[in-house]
Design a binder for this molecule. Sequence first.
Ligand code: AHR
Length: 697
Amino acid sequence: MNIIKSLKPHRASTISAVSISALFAATVAFAQTDLPVIQVQADKVTAKMPPTFYGLMTEEINFAYEGGLYAELIRNRTFKSDSLPQPIKPDVYDPAKYYPAQFATNIAPRFWNSIGGAALMLDTNAPLNDALNVSLKVDAAEASKTSPAGVANGGYWGIPVQPKMTYKVSFFAKAAPGFTGPLTASLESADGKTVFASAKISGVTGEWKKFEATLKTKSVEPSKDNVFKLTTTEPGTIWLQQVSLFPPTFKNRPNGDRADISQLLTDAQPKFLRFPGGNYVEGNNFNERFNWKQMVGPVAQRPGHKSCWGYWSTDGFGLPEFLGWCQDIGMEPVLAVFAGYTLNRDHLTNGPALEPYVQEALEEIEYVTGDASTKWGAQRIKDGYPNPFPLRYVEIGNEDFFDRSGSYDGRFAQFYDAIKAKYPQLKIISTVGYEQPENLRVHSRMPDLVDEHYYRSEEEMEAQSFVYDTRDRSNPTKIFVGEWATRVGSPTPSMAGALGDAAWMCGMERNADIVLMHCYAPLFVNVSQVNGTNRSMQWASDLIGYDALNSYGSPAYYAQKLFSLHQGDEVLATKADNLPTYQWVQTGRRGGGQARTNEVKSVFYSATRDTKSGKIIVKIVNRADTAQDVKIDIAGVKSVAAKGTATVLKAAKRTETNTLKEPQRIVPVTEKLKDLGTSFTRSYPPCSITILELSAK
Ligand code: AHR
């Protein structure tokens, strides 16, 4: 506890003989003589905190689902990672048609290895079905009792093995005449010295059949340098498809999610999920968009697609799985629909050619919200979700400010009109926010919300954290900050990132009358191999990191969680005086151009009330490398109790961070306070985010 009762003059730090190179070192402490004061006007509510204020944004990037949240442990389980690129231009592409993947022949599939001299080959002549139109031919002619032959898979940078756990194996197989089996499924260490569990599977015939088995481990040490093997001791030829291995999943959902990552999300209590992108909804080409109709129904009927982030997606984590995720964590879906524009800048203009995609979007909404009497509602029920989902927001595309053809206004209007006609209650989000130039925005319709994206340095986030304070209040269109992050630290943000984030979140909270929702991006990163070819990371600074075995929250995750858990439901009027500042020398783009010196505040704040408990919640961010005294005055209440709490997230240095090895290095700590009142001064530690909870009457 550190309450200072008397007002102390603040020691001024002076800048002398600052060299040009030091100036370019980005920040310089600045002189400050008067004590900063934050005044909270507790009887003046400036906004009701929107119930869906804090959410998550997600897409398949950085091995977010496959190799991440989706609990499947086998990499390239459908052998389609080697499919050949097949970009199709929109004018010749038929959205209702299925274009089967094509393959080079005579190659072994990626991420699978031969055991005991078996010859592995992709085979398009023995497909399981139209969707999974290739299989793995395993020629195990040399298999014998002393030298089993078959295949091994190393998963997503390892297969995790946990003690006393039951893993579910499943696969489709058939064999050439003469093969009598059986097959052995096993979990083994990569060096082959330890077999953790194995099961025998017999009955493989000349027809495709699905086989299932369980693998139970004993009291072993958790490890990830392991492989999954399917082998035989009998010579023969076998074909395999959809080879799958699942650990127990979060809430035991079949085809479900990793428990540890799901728990991190649950703990942060997000209220909505913006999915499926991001770039992922668009795809590089029209035939690589998020084609949701190919991502529903049994997973063995889903063809998969090449995602825009450079790797194959089996789409085992498809539309129903996004909804299951929402259900398990208690989030409301915010659905982004494909809007006729792709990342390679192919687009359709509004009119008849766009209409099939508008219908796709309407049907997708029906899938999410329809009842059993509707075609797509019935499909969702068949997929395991009897209850319609409470959809309120639909976003038309993603980042359509990149479309310089000018087609977005017309495309948006066509989707807007069709959706509003069928679902008048839905709020429609434009992907061009007010941070974008006027000429790129939608003008022909009034979007209910616009989606603004901010990926910035710590200094920029802090400098811009007051932008919403001066936004026009007469505009009926509200703001959805659908992607934002302070991009400092890789693969996950350092404390500097969390400080920039917290400053930015204070700004959004103060302005919750116009900022209705926001979500950090990207959410996930597999940190197993962040560089090189076949890397696990496509985008640095992600909220949550993991490998095959463990996961952790970055300091930015804990900042997010702190704000989410201490949201309150009323925003209180605040005013600040004498806030200290630092100088940020902003170089021109790419290091060129004119350098500009900005005076940026180094203390940030917001205040809310939780009407249920009556508590006033004051958030104070001190981004400086030194402690900072700040006086808080609470007006508009009779009294503030002497006792309260401060929950603090801090680091000795802004470069400090959490990692797989040190997942809890920077976590919030709660301390009890006494000597509080309607006016008190407290010293805020260097590089800190503080949540004060005050009991007021
Ligand atoms: O979050 C990563 C990417 O950033 C998103 O896919 C895209 O919308 C944005 O450009």
